[in-house]
Design a protein around this ligand. Structure first.
Ligand SMILES: NC(=O)c1ccc[n+]([C@@H]2O[C@H](COP(=O)([O-])OP(=O)(O)OC[C@H]3O[C@@H](n4cnc5c(N)ncnc54)[C@H](OP(=O)(O)O)[C@@H]3O)[C@@H](O)[C@H]2O)c1
Length: 359
């Protein structure tokens, strides 16, 4: 089968024939119909992000596809089923504290790397092999819509954060870093979960105006100036009342003070969710004041990805019309043009832009 292979960090992907994956106990093989390219994929492939990814490998996490072959442990999946391939692979020998590898992207610790060595390849290929439980049925799709459904992968990330923070209908939410792909998805998800108002922050004024235009008056935006005191006050002023939950998903390049300006707007007894990349490549940490956390009974949720059942719920939110996939602009590339797709994803990054490979 054809695949895009990364042989060394900082070198172009090589599109070549590789052995097709085989199913087996605990794994299924899926024909990839569409798979996403992240805005920052180029930073992962260049090595800039220093993500744990052993090479050579087929990069790419997650896909929309159809089951090609199942292993003996599949009791419901059938050949031909449309599935979302969840890139969050968890070890199965410690349910309370599983190791995690993100398919074709990165891994956490030595346990995550062991899992990565076993599953090895990602989804930028004609076929992908995933743990049986990671192939999640989403119901029949028009193949033309498969590219759009790739957005599930971005929507699920903030959904994981809001599930962790037990977001309630009627609450007021701040999304810090709302002008990126995941931050824009956080706004859409919080609205779908019933947040009354959302204060969306970012530096890009045009992207903020676009968020307000598309989502309407429940979304208020604040342009970050880089001055912590000014930004903190502007977020507070934009919220119609106390802020129940602050969600941050700024990238590693952002300064921790930008995150802190948003996080400390939360009300007493509020929750904050940390899902961004602050401090991942060094630099100053968050330095939230101990006394402020203690006196205000603040709950802090760190969250990587989302629980296994979330994909089924997300597919339902989409099918029910609570999340509208037609608002996303999808640029589709064949596998042969994977390098071009990576550059395109970086150049067009934003809340409503998607870059997709169609192997
Ligand atoms: N926890 C998880 O499970 C999980 C999963 C996936 C991704 N992530 C994290 O999510 C982050 C966001 O990803 P993304 O694809 O939405 O977008 P991204 O391309 O990484 O950046 C998002 C936004 O951050 C802002 N930004 C960029 N450089 C900045 C800087 N130096 N200072 C301040 N703001 C800056 C930009 O908006 P403005 O120009 O408007 O400021 C940009 O649109 C990723 O970098 C990753 O670390 C976490």
């Amino acid at each position: 089968m054809k695949a895009a292979v990364l042989k060394a960090f900082g070198t172009p992907l090589v599109i070549e024939d590789v052995p097709a994956p085989t199913p087996g106990m605990g794994a299924v093989v899926v024909d990839v119909v569409a798979t996403g390219v992240l805005a920052y994929s180029g930073e992962v492939l260049s090595g800039q992000r220093q993500y744990a990814l052993e090479l050579p490998c087929v990069p790419g996490g997650g896909a929309i596809g159809r089951v090609r072959a199942v292993g003996p442990d599949a009791t419901k999946l059938a050949v031909g089923d449309w599935v979302y391939c969840d890139p969050t692979f968890r070890s199965r020998d410690d349910a309370a504290n599983p190791d995690i590898t993100l398919q074709g992207i990165s891994a956490r610790g030595e346990g995550g790397l062991r899992l990565q060595r076993h599953f090895r390849d990602g989804a930028w290929a004609e076929q992908t092999r995933v743990p049986t439980e990671n192939a999640i049925r989403i119901g029949a799709l028009d193949p033309a819509e498969a590219g759009r459904w790739v957005k599930m992968g971005s929507l699920l990330v903030p959904y994981g954060g809001f599930l962790a923070a037990k977001l309630q209908p009627g609450e007021t939410v701040v999304v810090s870093g709302a002008t990126g792909g995941f931050g824009g998805a956080a706004v859409a998800v919080a609205l779908a979960m019933g947040a009354a108002w959302i204060v969306a922050t970012g530096r890009n004024a045009a992207a903020l105006v676009d968020l307000e235009r598309r989502f309407g008056p429940r979304v208020r935006t604040v342009r970050m100036t880089g001055d912590e005191v000014t930004d903190h006050a502007a977020i507070r002023a934009a919220a119609p009342g106390p802020i129940d939950c602050v969600f941050d998903i700024l990238p590693p390049a952002a300064d921790a003070t930008q995150a802190r300006a948003a996080l400390m707007t939360v009300r007493p007894n509020g929750r904050i969710v940390l899902m961004g990349g602050i401090n991942m490549q060094g630099g100053a940490g968050l330095e939230l004041p101990y006394a402020w956390i203690m006196r205000n009974c603040i709950t802090i949720h760190g969250q990587w990805m989302y629980p296994p059942h979330a994909a089924t719920l997300m597919a339902n939110l989409i099918r029910a019309g609570l999340i509208d996939l037609t608002q996303y602009d999808v640029a589709e590339f064949p596998l042969d043009r994977a390098n071009e797709a990576v550059a395109h994803a970086a150049a067009t990054a934003g809340p409503f832009a998607m870059t997709v490979l169609r192997p």
